[in-house]
Ligand binder design. Structure first.
Ligand code: FAD
Length: 461
């Protein structure tokens, strides 16, 4: 007899799970029903800043697979249908058709929660004014582009200096706006240590972006028509024709909470290695709505990234389809850019290491992306953290021009393998002058870290 899996959410995690399950089970073996409250499936939110900035021409380029393509693979996809309640013991979900208002219960044998994350939108006066935009979904991106196309003024304020705020600042500069980025922290991109964040601020200032650190937004001021005219912060008022919010996200787990499913400290769902919700054999969860194990610190964290969501979906699809796969955890790798400055990080920052009681040494080195004499060689700064005494690699941050960012993957692999910085110095990396100096910058940092660990070693009495 055919089983039914119900999937809530039709983007990265949900549709990866559906597709993988369909690869393993035919429609007569497994009925796959996906509920999605939005208009789109399998789209790249990651591409929104580049679409807004004009690097990507068309919204449809960001859609990896359309609803029709999924339906052609016998996935029963129901758009504009919101799941409003989960009856765990009764194995059914209550849905609300957002077009007709109809309410329906649908039974399931297996359930997958892939509800993503919700953008943080503080309850500030004026936050819902015309001209204030988030950039979480394709609909949000389209609404922002419509505003940009119809607004005569050219002053933009970006609230938030995480990677999305930084990418959106660049997008708006590319569209000819004067951009102010308001940052609550000391330096942009608090996913890096402040001594590396300062490099990002300098680069952004070099592009003409007005970066304001250590400031807290207090209100959005509007004109007589209710359109945004300024952003008030605790230090000053910033005139604005358009405002973009990039204040981070929280796991979208209200449904799961109401159903009594286990949540971690961040509010993300807790799962086992196979992405099964803890204590529930027939329920899986993945993507931005779950917490993941940080393999470096050993703690549970909420790290909302598409790269994880897709992998979670594969693992869930395998489980739902009767196979077995696991997602062991993450080392915290992320890469981003602001114009030609590439920014990457993996593992622990100094404050993360302190928070889990690890003692560490740090080194910072300057190198180049290619052999110093080779045309196009560009400067690169690499910061590395290693554990005191053991020399275990704890984290790496890289800021530099072309060729800098994806070097972080070397460090991500070394972290996953729990290598020491000494072991890293012997890594057999490719070398030719157009690609790197004979000692790759990551290895230069590892060598310096080896010296730092040795110098720091406490002599055995
Ligand atoms: C501007 C931007 C840039 C980004 N850049 C990067 C990047 O460069 N690299 C990277 O790794 N990640 C990036 N991300 C993050 C990445 O997009 C997310 O991690 C990824 O989309 C998460 O996938 P998901 O399937 O878990 O959740 P989502 O993509 O949020 O999908 C969840 C879906 O569930 C639906 N849903 C929720 N609740 C219900 C319900 N009750 N009923 C029905 N449907 C529901 C939602 O409508 C949504 O479509 C970026 C995100 C943004 C916004």
């Amino acid at each position: 007899m055919s089983e039914r899996v119900v999937i809530v959410g039709a983007d990265a995690a949900g549709m990866s799970a559906a597709s993988q399950a369909r690869r393993l089970r035919t429609a007569s073996e497994l009925d796959i029903v996906v509920f999605e409250r939005g208009h789109f499936t399998s789209y790249s939110a990651c591409g929104i800043p580049y679409w807004v900035g004009g690097d990507v021409d068309d919204r449809d380029d960001l859609i990896a697979r359309t609803p029709e393509e999924h339906r052609a693979r016998e996935i029963d996809l129901r758009l504009r249908t919101e799941v409003r309640e989960i009856d765990v013991p009764g194995r059914r979900v209550r849905t609300h058709d957002l077009e007709t208002g109809a309410e329906t219960w649908t039974d399931f044998d297996k359930l997958v929660l892939a509800t993503g994350a919700s953008p943080i939108r503080p309850p500030l006066p004026g936050i819902d004014a015309a001209g204030v935009h988030g950039v979480q979904t394709l609909d949000d991106g389209q609404a922002l582009i419509d505003t940009l196309d119809s607004t005569r003024g050219r002053r933009a304020v970006v609230v938030g200096a995480g990677y999305i705020g930084v990418e959106m600042s660049e997008a708006l500069i590319n569209r000819g706006y004067q951009v102010t980025m308001l940052n609550r922290g000391a330096e942009p991109m608090s996913t890096l240590d402040p001594d590396m964040g300062v490099l990002i601020r300098k680069a952004m200032q070099g592009l003409g972006i007005h970066v304001v650190d250590d400031t807290e937004v207090t209100a959005i001021h509007t004109d007589a028509q209710g359109r945004v005219r300024a952003v008030a912060a605790d230090d000053a008022e910033y005139p604005a024709d358009v405002v973009v919010l990039g204040l981070g996200v929280r796991p979208a787990t209200e449904l799961a909470r109401a159903a009594g499913l286990p949540l971690g400290a961040s509010g993300g769902l807790l799962t086992d290695l196979a992405m099964r919700v803890r204590g529930h054999e027939n329920i899986w969860a993945g993507g931005d709505c779950v917490e993941v194990l940080d393999l470096v610190s050993g703690s549970q964290r909420h790290i909302p990234l598409g790269t994880h969501a897709n992998k979670h979906g594969q693992v869930i699809g395998a489980g739902v389809g009767g196979d077995y796969a696991t997602f062991p955890g993450v080392v915290g790798t992320a890469v981003s850019k602001v114009c030609d400055l590439e920014v990457a990080r993996t593992g622990l920052r100094e404050k993360d290491a302190r928070a889990v009681g690890l003692q560490y040494v740090t080194v910072v080195i300057e190198s180049t992306s290619r052999a110093g004499y080779f045309p196009g060689a560009a400067p690169m700064t690499v910061k590395m953290l290693a554990e005191r005494r053991t020399g275990r690699l704890l984290g790496v941050q890289i800021v530099g021009r072309e060729g800098a960012g994806k070097r972080i993957d070397i460090a991500a692999v070394a972290l996953t393998a729990r290598m020491t910085v000494e072991q890293m110095t012997a890594l057999d990396l490719g070398y030719a002058p157009p690609f790197s100096p004979v000692w790759d910058p990551v290895l230069v940092a590892a060598r310096k870290a080896v010296s730092a660990v040795r110098k720091d070693a406490i002599p055995i009495p």
